[in-house]
Design a protein around this ligand. Structure first.
Ligand code: 5GP
Ligand code: MG
Length: 188
């Protein structure tokens, strides 16, 4: 797996440091008086890609929280560009009348975050904030308001730290680009 890596874009140490900073900021923003009412949030990670990021992040947010789950498919199988986002499963019982923090791995076209944001509003969320680990340098992604962004990255296909290619590489600790031969070999 290691020899499939073309370039390490963001090392695990840099990710860990940035996750700590994001957690501190999210905690402060969701603690009264910054937040009206209870210091309680519902976290909604978009699966599968956000599961590692969300797992690391929420263990550093010492607030009362519940978790909602949404699974979205946008890069089915061996695709390198979004094919449009579809919700393929959800458990959102704790969203109604709550402050929600939506977490995704990466903002590419922005379609996934837009889709889920409106679904959370439809489920009666009191407020919805958005957090992405990575934002690609694409006009639509740059134009969107996102409350918490981990890193701005170039418009390249990346894997690792939860992000996959054809469901492989999610367990890489760094965020990396792949060699063309690795993409070709894993495309089946
Ligand atoms: P969007 O809907 O913003 O175009 O795409 C967001 C989703 O596409 C992300 O949740 C992620 O699953 C997937 N995605 C976008 N860019 C990349 C990428 O560079 N690598 C991987 N592995 N997935 C990506
Ligand atoms: Mg995703």
């Amino acid at each position: 797996m290691r020899h499939d890596i073309e370039r390490i874009l963001i090392s695990q140490d840099r990710i860990a440091q940035r996750v700590r900073e994001l957690a501190r900021q999210i905690t402060a923003d969701h603690t009264p008086p910054n937040l009206a009412g209870d210091a309680e949030i519902t976290i909604v990670p978009i699966l599968t890609g956000a599961f590692i990021f969300a797992g690391d992040l929420i263990r550093q947010i010492p607030l009362s929280m519940r978790i909602g789950i949404l699974t979205v498919s946008s890069y089915p199988g061996a695709s390198l560009r979004s094919q449009g986002s579809t919700v393929i499963g959800q458990q959102l019982a704790h969203v109604h009348d709550r402050h929600v923090l939506l977490i995704d791995d990466i903002l590419d076209s922005g379609g996934t975050v837009n889709l889920v944001h409106s679904q959370l509003k439809d489920h009666g969320a009191k407020s919805v904030k958005t957090c992405v680990l990575l934002r690609k340098d694409r006009p639509t992604a740059k134009a969107m308001h996102i409350d918490y962004v981990g890193f701005e990255i170039p418009d390249e296909f990346v894997v690792g730290y939860g992000l996959d290619y054809n469901d492989y590489y999610r367990n890489l600790p760094d965020i990396v680009t792949l060699k063309p031969e690795a993409i070709a070999r894993n495309s089946k």
